[in-house]
Design a protein around this ligand. Structure first.
Ligand SMILES: [Zn+2]
Length: 311
């Protein structure tokens, strides 16, 4: 599907988070967790510019500094803005523990594809603009001292779309986690399969699913956190088949976009359709986790996954 469909503007407004996760699931590290979001320095060039920003969910005008202090969460409606991958890594991992892997992999233009411009040119421009070689950050790090393999899709590189490189890196991450025995944590934000790579991008759905199945059979533990927006071939493959599926409040999660569905079935869609809270109420996802509770919740789940419940 096209990115335009995936992030259609006319979709219903998200409701505020139905329930906040308990902040006391894991003891704080001497209070150091408190204010962690406020201390992170967001890379300004990666986020919408200006002193004032408009929330895409409630329309409220927000002072940029207030938004930054809350980890890019709307203070009035709790909508979680899409985060650049590097900010996400910084937010989730312990400081100084990130080691990026497979960062050299770049897309090939096997089909010699061209729409408004050749695909190879588009990739080149995206690399220059984003400072990364494709849409997925992959590596190792620690969350409150627990080693993890982490994969983070970055929406700013061609809408976080999955082509051969994303498929390969997810598979490599699953293999690495299988060999090291560490949990695999994946954050998604994606418009879906990268149509410029045609069938080769759709093949990544099977490839990533097979890699996760092998990881699962070997006793591996995986968590996927779907963030706004997670759509198309990413939702329909590796994002939905981890041991646990989490989502951020208000995240748009679906396969086809709401406008496409409404026009196909010729019915009005219910309020909150394809938002995290709607999917949670229907059993599609396991838990909605606010950004401020993400690290503590992940640590609790990792400890459970390893058979070492927190007392
Ligand atoms: Zn808002």
């Amino acid at each position: 599907m096209s990115r335009k469909q995936a992030v259609a503007k006319e979709e219903p407004k998200p409701e505020p988070a139905a329930e906040e996760q308990s902040p006391d699931v894991v003891p704080e590290e001497g209070g150091r967790e408190r204010g962690r979001l406020a201390r992170l320095r967001f890379k300004k060039k990666d986020m919408p510019g200006g002193l004032w920003l408009k929330c895409e969910s409630c329309g409220q005008t927000i002072f940029r500094k207030d938004l930054e202090e809350k980890g890019f969460v709307c203070p009035s409606c709790d909508f979680h803005f899409t985060l650049p991958g590097r900010d996400r890594i910084e937010m989730v991992l312990d400081e100084g523990t990130w080691t990026e892997l497979y960062a050299d992999l770049t897309s090939l233009d096997r089909l010699d594809f061209r729409d408004k411009e050749p695909y190879s040119e588009k990739v080149k421009r995206s690399i220059e603009k984003s400072g990364m070689n494709d849409a997925l950050h992959c590596g190792t790090g620690q969350i409150m001292g627990r080693p993890v393999v982490l994969a983070v899709l970055d929406f700013k590189f061609m809408g976080g779309s999955m082509g051969e490189v994303v498929g390969e890196k997810i598979s490599l991450a699953a293999d690495l986690a299988r060999k090291s025995g560490d949990p695999l944590i994946i954050f998604t934000s994606s418009g879906g399969a990268r149509m410029h790579e045609g069938m080769l991008s759709l093949m990544q759905m099977a490839k990533t699913s097979a890699a996760l199945a092998t990881f699962n059979e070997a006793g591996g533990f995986s968590i996927c956190i779907m963030t706004n927006p997670t759509t198309g071939g990413v939702t329909a493959s590796f994002a939905s088949i981890c041991d646990l599926t989490l989502a951020e409040p208000g995240a748009l999660i679906g396969f086809a976009g709401p406008r496409v569905i409404a026009s196909t079935i010729r019915q009005e869609l219910p309020p909150g359709f394809q938002r995290a809270e709607f999917l949670m109420s229907r059993g599609q996802i396991d838990m909605i986790v606010s950004r401020k509770d993400m690290r503590r919740t992940l640590v609790k789940l990792i400890d459970y996954g390893k058979g070492n419940p927190v007392p």
